[in-house]
Design a protein around this ligand. Structure first.
Ligand code: ZN
Length: 336
């Protein structure tokens, strides 16, 4: 028995996929998957799924033995859900193919985790994603945990890659325009008979790219908003706002790093002398954000900021397949 298994280990490959087939991040970010495409062509079996993940560096493609410092072999083991593991042909040590990966601490099958991640990316309701992943009865916390886990990935991405908007267009060298505004988000439901206060959010959106920032704020005073403008809006920007008094000194920030235009909504929604002076993009952003947050966290006050971050992240990758974008962020945060 021992001899047979050694022979198998010797013949077994030391990589999951050919190294040359591993995709660079840029290619991965450009991938788009229809449901049919993904399930028929990429993750129809557990072996395909393992190859899909190794090709995208979501599982380590090879493993060195900690004891012997030689390449471990990929061996079959029917009794584990992955069906494969790393085995050292010298010291016989076995290591999970999930070691060090996003998937390492879960008891779910890899295919189930991908079902959930795909469901999150496509904004499927949690109960639907749980059903698609065949989680079974009594698994509400599992799907909630994994949806939170996906959202954590997006939040960490924003921490690692802080958004700044505005500045100068690198081709034309002209100033970019950013519309800013504050808005109050109310929770649609009462909770234990108590009225909820709601959350003030300050935000801005860059015209053209649609890149945005949104920050929950305790109030909308000049003292609160000015440092946020300085942090998120690049010098050289044309800032457009309404006539709210906290904005009156914007053109003096940093000794005059911004140009400031005001649209007074009591008079007009678009400046009659200059139709470019309006805040319709930021108004539209509030509408989209409120619709999404109302659907997602009507009852979950504590997760408000987290859902706000998810909105920013999805907005950032709106021209991409969100499933691919999430996988890229997982790859960046769990290097294998
Ligand atoms: Zn070893």
């Amino acid at each position: 028995m021992f001899i047979t298994s050694t022979t198998m280990a010797n013949r077994a490959p030391t990589t999951i996929v050919d190294v040359a087939t591993i995709l660079p991040v840029e290619i991965m970010l450009a991938e788009t998957f229809s449901t049919r495409d993904l399930y028929c062509n990429f993750i129809s079996t557990i072996d395909d799924t393992i190859r899909f993940l190794a090709t995208r560096r979501l599982l380590s493609n090879s493993k060195e033995c900690d004891n012997c410092h030689i390449a471990m072999s990929l061996t079959r083991r029917a009794s584990i859900s992955d069906g494969k593991q790393w085995t050292c042909k010298e010291c016989r040590k076995n290591v999970s193919i999930r070691a060090g990966s996003f998937f390492q601490n879960s008891k779910l099958k890899l295919t189930q985790i991908l079902d959930i991640v795909y469901g999150w990316a496509r904004e499927h309701p949690q109960n639907e994603a749980a059903r698609d992943a065949k989680l079974g009865e009594g698994s509400t916390h599992t799907i909630v945990d994994w949806y939170n886990f996906c959202r954590d990935i997006t939040e960490q991405h924003l921490v690692d890659n802080p958004t700044q908007v505005g500045g100068f267009d690198e081709n034309t060298l002209l100033s970019k325009t950013v519309e800013i505004d504050e808005s109050k988000f109310f929770h649609p439901k009462y909770h234990r008979g108590q009225w909820r206060e709601g959350h003030w959010v300050f935000g801005g959106i860059e015209r053209g790219s649609g890149n945005c920032f949104l920050v929950e704020v305790p109030d909308r005073t000049e003292n609160t908003l000015t440092p946020i403008i300085e942090r998120y809006v690049l010098p050289g920007t044309i800032i457009i706002s309404d006539g709210w008094r906290a904005y009156r000194n914007i053109n003096q920030i940093g000794g005059g790093i911004y140009e400031h235009e005001v649209i007074t909504h009591e008079e007009n929604f678009v400046n009659p002398d200059d139709p470019t002076i309006h805040t319709q993009n930021v108004e539209n952003m509030w509408m989209r954000a409120k619709r999404k947050l109302k659907r997602q966290c009507g009852t979950s006050e504590a997760l408000f900021t987290s859902y706000l971050h998810e909105f920013i992240w999805r907005n950032k990758f709106k021209s991409r397949d969100i499933f691919s974008a999430l996988l890229v962020c997982v790859r960046e945060q769990y290097p294998v």
